[in-house]
Design a protein around this ligand. Structure first.
Ligand SMILES: Nc1ncnc2c1ncn2[C@@H]1O[C@H](COP(=O)(O)OP(=O)(O)OP(=O)(O)O)[C@@H](O)[C@H]1O
Ligand SMILES: [Mg+2]
Length: 237
């Protein structure tokens, strides 16, 4: 469960400050996808950065389960991010020299040494995830040997390596055509259900919104309209 409570974020802007996120509250339950939409510059990526604990808000709370991330030390926030949050940016940011399998396995090296599971278990988990994103036959390819859609699948699988509770995805389809974009959205919906993540998904593409459990529309940093869907219940958690 992720809960943003009255979050405000400003950035320095000339002599003053620009308000990127303006008193936003939202919750996403496990097993649900919340779509976040709105015009360019409306604060979607800023909101995601706050949810990811990458930026501390000026005010408000970011609760991951019951932990207030905004109150954690930088070290504790890094740990929380590593263990509980999966982040997928628009650009896949894959390392050019690593194969798909290695892109996932390297996530394990970022952890504290004592918490590292055995290498073979890590590889097994990486293989399982790559299989579940449809890349069972592409595991040994490097990024330049993969299509844009396949790279985005590796990116998503990598974000799931540490079994995050929260999955944050920023415009995953903007570099893809309609059909490939739709299949990435399908994938995110399915993985959210299977892995029981609380997923926030930023998208410009309105065609995908009806399939999401809830939709938030941002305008000028604030939430303008909200659709929550009480009929779709969260999967058992
Ligand atoms: N690091 C920063 N420093 C200063 N201003 C910033 C910074 N990041 C974002 N902003 C400003 O905050 C506002 C919200 O930006 P944000 O990137 O969150 O918008 P967005 O909704 O994601 O837009 P897009 O759809 O174009 O990705 C904009 O006015 C932007 O210029
Ligand atoms: Mg953005």
């Amino acid at each position: 469960m992720i809960h943003l409570d009255d979050v405000t974020l400003t950035f320095p802007d000339g002599d003053g400050r620009v308000t990127a996120v303006n008193h936003v509250s939202l919750s996403a339950r496990p097993g649900t996808v919340t779509g976040i939409t709105g015009p360019s510059g409306s604060g979607k990526s800023s909101l995601l950065a706050v949810a990811a604990t990458l930026i501390r808000p000026d005010s408000g709370r970011v609760l991951i389960d019951d932990v207030d991330a905004a109150q954690l030390s930088a070290t504790a926030a890094t740990e929380l991010r590593r263990d509980a949050i999966g982040i997928v940016f628009q650009q896949a940011n894959l390392l050019p020299s690593l194969t798909a399998l290695e892109q996932l396995a390297v996530m394990n090296e970022l952890g504290a040494p004592h918490s590292r599971p055995h290498r073979s278990a890590v590889k097994e988990h990486a293989r399982e995830l790559l299989g579940s994103v449809g890349l069972a036959d592409q595991m040994n390819k490097r990024p330049h040997q993969l299509s844009g859609g396949q790279r985005q699948r590796v990116n998503i699988a990598r974000a799931l390596m540490n079994d995050p509770k929260v999955l944050l995805v920023d415009e995953p389809t903007s570099a893809l055509d309609q059909e490939r974009g739709a299949s990435i959205i399908d994938l995110i919906l399915r993985l959210t259900d299977e892995r029981n993540t609380s997923t926030l998904l930023v998208t410009h593409d309105l065609v995908h919104l009806p399939r999401m459990h809830a939709v938030m529309n941002m305008v000028d940093g604030g939430l303008d309209s909200v659709r929550t869907d009480a009929v779709v219940s969260a999967s058992a958690s």
